[in-house]
Design a protein around this ligand. Sequence first.
Ligand code: GDP
Ligand code: MG
Length: 757
Amino acid sequence: MKTIALAGNPNSGKTTLFNAVTGSTAHVGNWPGVTVDKKTGLYKKEEEPITLVDLPGIYSLSPYTDEEVISRNFLLEEKPDCIINIVDVTNLERNLYLTLQLMEIDIPIVCALNMSDVLAKEGKEFDLKKLEEILNIPVVMVSALKENNIEELMHRAYQACQSKRKARSCLKGTSISHLIGDVTIAFEALKVDYPLFHAIKLIENDELELKDHSNLVSIIDNFKMTFNDNVLGNDLEAVIADERYKYITSFSKKLIIAQKKEENTEFLNSTIKTKSDKVDKVLTHKFFGIPIFIAILFVIFHLTFSEDLFFLNALGLVDITSFAGTPYEGLFANGGISSIGVIFTNLFNNTFDLITSSIANGMNSANVNPVVTGLVCDGIITGVFSVFGFLPQILLLFLCFSILEDSGYMARVAFILDRIMQKFGVTGRAFLPMIMGFGCSIPAMINTRTLADDKEKIATIRVIPFFSCGAKLPILSAVSGALVSKWGIGNADLITLLFYAVGMITAMISLIILRSSTLKGEKQPFMMELPNYHMPRFKSLMLHLWDKAKHFIKKACTIILLSNVIVWVLIHFSPTWTYLEDAMINESILAVLSKMVQPLFTPLGFGSQLKGFGWVFVSASIAGLIAKENIVGLFAVLAAVISSADPDLMSDIGSVGVLIENTGATFPALFAFIMFNMTTIPCFAACATARGELKKGTFKWTILFWLVTSYIVGTICFVSLTVLWTIPIFIAVIAAVLVLLYLYRIDKISFRKKESK
Ligand code: GDP
Ligand code: MG
């Protein structure tokens, strides 16, 4: 069994090649930094099976981010039998910079010149033989996308696995080759593997190297002393980088040859180039860039969630009453023409309702025990289906984002938003997962893989739930509707928007606090190349969607199913395990447990101060952990029981109204209730995702963070809205905290600067 590692710059096509070779479906995106962990796959067309390892992209072997450390450590410690170095021919110089460093490790290398299809399209030829001569390693022209020449590449790599290769550096013969020689000998004496590589990295002042081999630094210092500093300068790192680039440019221009006859394509090409530049001029424009992005986002969300497509109904352009009485009424028209996402959701839900009710009827007529019927229909089937119901909208959202991502646009968005996001301690890349959080936290958390910095990733995962997800929307609109009808406060849409806004403000403040306290990191410079625009590929879009759907369905059928059963039991049994009818809900285990913790919520307004049914708010929050839709559902059931009305006749707003009447909940308490639920621990499915994405040990702190934040936010909302004059005090306290943190950070940075001097 041989092991071959794929190494190359971000976005050079490693994962595409990996998928083509191993038949896997790893995520490919036109967006540097998609592969954040190494992935392995098998190739069996040679005499021996080959393990292929897809590594995160790197620009050099002096690691800058955690994912780059993964790549470097793999090469140095796992010692693959061969490295396939993928070089994007359309970015030859920059890619060869890495090649030169890989060649300093004593491992056989095969250079795969990728994107040959682009070169061919541009009517250019590449002088393979010349590059092979210069580098003295095998070079193969491939197109990972078109799957050209892949077997040839693997065959050459397999042959290379059988051989040995002595490390070689392009720095030989330069002003520092003498120093490199000395340090290499020192490393050889220590019997370190890959002495040449370590020697050069140490001279480059590489952080990891300084840590591991600090005893050898004196050789370099002695060397510097014996030479006049003016000859070399003090910054050997810069000298080395400079020599490498000089070396590359000495031959790179001659490698790509435009074919003579094809002047026309050359011309065509330059027009295409300028076209793409023109597009970028608009899309990444200083002022228009952000509004354009917001407009695109709006269209996507509108197509996914809107019940009044293009506002045709609000504008009075369609007459939806014509649907009345037809079978399409619920499907296409609910206060307007439904968007694609809503139509699919309705289709799903109608089908699920049909299935559920026919199963319930069947069980009833077969005289099955009502406890069993209740458990199966209300506990299991409804619970799982209510989650499946979100699938169409989530997939649609994902499809749109995948298209934006694969076309290359998302990289631009990260770029235009970086300036703003840096103020909150994260890079522009963190914006996409946050925005996705409005749809569903699960895909949003998965998307944080594109963040290179670990602490930035943790911080982002923590604030994602504060971007209120689709499942929270029903309870937001129910409560704001009730507020309007009960107290005549303002406008329901505005109140809903206010809920969203408070969530986002909480997210931003949390980011600042996290990034300057427990998750403090160096300010990350934002480095991302802008990939070329290209048509999204249908196959990879579909694979991507299928992956997401699979993940989601699995969750619904396991963790969500289990927790639904548990809640159902808690609602329908008393602590002495007697089965309770709906009317007895006040004595259920859930009620008893909720009443026990209810006093804790007194500062938030829905604790001890409420009357007999006050515990419903606590239990709704608990049920919300399973799925946030449960909150409205539980309200409806409880309100129906309290007012002994038919739950099906009770509108959502009405049920909140009944609860207000029977519990004495106030407007500030309801506001605090919503904000608590928005910022507290998200649903179990999202928690499971967070746990998978976070490193071990950080998950429990994340849970604690959510609890503490939601408690503080809820308390602030309740107190400040109850006693209005406290609002300035809260604002002052928050501002003071932020200013102190800011000063603290500045202090640290200037301190560090002094230290490095
Ligand atoms: P990675 O970051 O190195 O893993 O790169 P990916 O495999 O994710 O690919 C980055 C982008 O380059 C994707 O949009 C691919 O479709 C595209 N790509 C990869 N290989 C080729 C190729 O041979 N030709 C062309 N035209 N595009 C490619
Ligand atoms: Mg990749």
